[in-house]
Design a protein around this ligand. Sequence first.
Ligand SMILES: Cc1ncc(COP(=O)(O)O)c(C=O)c1O
Length: 455
Amino acid sequence: MTTQTPRRATAGSRLAAPYLITELPGPRARALIERDQRVASPSLTRAYPLAAARGEGYVVTDVDGNRFLDFAAGIAVASTGHAHPEVVDAIRRQAGELIHIAATDFYEPRYVEFMERLAAIAPFREPARVFLTNSGTEAVEAAIKLARYHTRRPGIIAFEAGFHGRTMGALSLTNSKIKQRAGFGPLLPMTFHAPFPRVRGWRERTGGDGTAELETLRRTVLGRLIAPSDVAAIVVEPIQGEGGYFAAPAAFLRGLREICDEHGILLVADEIQSGMGRTGRWWAIEHAGVEPDIVTAAKGIASGMPLGAMLGRASLWTWGPGAHGSTFAGNPVCCAAGLATLDLIDRGLRQNAGVMGKRLLAGLQQAANGTSDVRDIRGVGLMVAVEFASHEAANAVQQAAFERGLLVLECGEAALRFSPPLMVDPQAVDAALRIFSDALPAAARPKRGMQEVGG
Ligand SMILES: Cc1ncc(COP(=O)(O)O)c(C=O)c1O
């Protein structure tokens, strides 16, 4: 728990300025946290004591009335900003008409329209079919199932430090932190992890173009561990999210495409964190000019309503009725929120993510110039990370930022991620940069034994 003297930040516009009126956590937050800790699963990882009551745009107000600048966006979810009026209106209208029908059993207009809209932006030329889900992990499960069913092969290859979710299939691919896997085995058989290029380019240069990692995939994984003819899919995050915001080099993604084509393996792009306009394009893999066979999405797809999607080339869907389904997935209210979200992303938020991302990246690099505690600063669009020398240093800056009214979240081993709503403006970015600069000296006095967070 942190405490601090009340402060009023005056920088930035009225909206962009955090406004702290109690110590943190305040009295109401403390009471709520106490109740939460009695009933919530101990597996949750709250890095700092934010007890949220309201959200508007990029500002979150806590239960005591303190206002925070939200550069976490509920783990990269609140894409259009909190409570965007068009999203709220769509949810309200739909809730008054039809909340649930079960698309597995019946037809419904919002469900069809939302899938049509997603199919129209699929990152491959062949027409797309879509399966909607309630979460990211379910979209990955659906991708694993479709890949296995279509190819009639059992094997899946994923990458070191990747994160794909926590249900048993997706968890078999996840390995960004060992505590996500510990105690849950046995996981899916015939899943293997190949090295992922960790490209750093700011203070130190590491990672290259992925040639070495492709070589290990070919020689060690496909040459010794699993025959290519047993592999249904290679599942990759074009930008690793929980693993530390590492963008795969274009040559690496092209190499994966070649390996897949050579052996009849499906290439699955997990864009649950990197998709939906966050990098300035609908899909991060578009930056590399590579077409996957399947793509998964969730997080920012419906501005916070629980919705995910698995899109695949039409010719892959060889399964028939009963092979897969879900009671709630593609719920009309979620689809209405999703449609409003797609409209907003299409009407300018995608472009804004690109422009604001550059401003944020440049500003962070400038802010960190004078300190040796920062190891790297990298990112594409509004998926930006600052990597520190240790987890403790990253966490100390995360805490100091919170105490000053800025919400950011750790990722990887020692990085802080900036994943704000795509509607942030220059005032919000500049205010976040000022707070970050102010919080940065905390990296030099890390506290031991702090919790790590995970998506
Ligand atoms: C790339 C990626 N895949 C899958 C998931 C799992 O999504 P969810 O938490 O909605 O199940 C996440 C969540 O962080 C993610 O970042």
